[in-house]
Design a protein around this ligand. Structure first.
Ligand SMILES: CC(C)(COP(=O)(O)OP(=O)(O)OC[C@H]1O[C@@H](n2cnc3c(N)ncnc32)[C@H](O)[C@@H]1OP(=O)(O)O)[C@@H](O)C(=O)NCCC(=O)NCCS
Length: 248
């Protein structure tokens, strides 16, 4: 596989979503630039989010933040039966937002004008989304960020398979880190993921714990043509439901 599979189908968004045990709901969000919609979603933000919003230097980044946070609050409000404005987040030591005292877990990722939100119950969840595009120094970036085993596997692939392998590996690593709430402090050489695009995504090795890879599921997602994502979930055999966030 040196090309992405076709995008998954995302169904219309339920007003009252029902999340069964062992299920992951994926919400695709187009980060609109429509002014009225941005304003309506910005209205849902709390003072801390407003502060962050105001500090973005570029309009496009400020708008995307308002939309993804407002949409996140709207969606979580439906699961919790709460007004989106009343949702309170707690932030982990490396910045992961979570819902205090609730079994509901979520993780969001954005790339350019698309975001992907994962929601589950009671299990660690991480999502990483990337727009697949060529970057000039890709092999050097892989050399800096991948583990020694991943670099070997990456370099053994035919040149035409490497662009996709790069983004799959990147999102696999990042999704697993995000599931655990790890940020920039990550030791990227202390674990290996599968690099090869063909077979299913997998966590292959975690230093110091031979059993740890068996506790995780990594799943490749193609939410839209040209984007690739990985969902990392602490558990086995998750069932997926996919919804499109529809703007009010
Ligand atoms: C936040 C981080 C984990 C990811 O940043 P990113 O890829 O730019 O952003 P994404 O769009 O995928 O995710 C951002 C969202 O994740 C969530 N998030 C923030 N910190 C997080 C953390 N430590 N763990 C999990 N989720 C986090 C937030 O919802 C955030 O959305 P927001 O900006 O609206 O608040 C950042 O710490 C990072 O860049 N780490 C780099 C780790 C690394 O070196 N990876 C290389 C892999 S090869």
């Amino acid at each position: 596989m040196s090309e992405l599979p076709p995008p998954a189908r995302f169904g219309s968004s339920p007003a009252l979503p029902v999340l069964a045990p062992g299920e992951i709901h994926l919400w695709r969000m187009a980060l609109t630039r429509d002014e009225a919609r941005i304003a309506a979603l910005r209205d849902l933000l709390d003072p801390e989010e407003r502060d962050r919003h105001d500090r973005f230097r570029y309009d496009v980044h400020r708008e995307r933040f308002a939309v993804r946070r407002g949409a996140l609050r709207t969606v979580l409000g439906r699961y919790l039966g709460r007004d989106p404005r009343e949702i309170r987040f707690e932030t982990g030591p490396e910045g992961k937002p979570e819902l205090p005292g609730r079994p509901l877990r979520f993780n969001l990722s954005d790339s350019e004008d698309l975001a992907l939100l994962g929601i589950t119950r009671g299990a660690d969840l991480g999502v990483d989304l990337e727009r697949v595009r060529e970057i000039p120094d890709r092999d050097d970036v892989a050399g800096r960020f991948f583990s020694p085993a991943e670099i070997l596997e990456y370099r053994s692939l035919p040149a035409e398979a490497r662009l996709l392998a790069f983004y799959l590996t990147w999102t696999r690593k990042e999704a697993w880190l995000k599931a655990r709430g790890v940020g920039l402090s990550a030791d990227l050489a202390s674990f290996d993921v599968r690099v090869e695009p063909g077979p299913p995504a997998r966590l292959l090795r975690v230093a110091g714990d031979a059993e740890e890879p068996l506790r995780w599921t990594l799943r490749t997602e193609v939410p839209a043509a040209g984007w690739v994502a990985t969902v990392a979930w602490r558990g086995t055999d998750p069932r997926f439901q996919r919804f499109e966030f529809l703007f009010p």
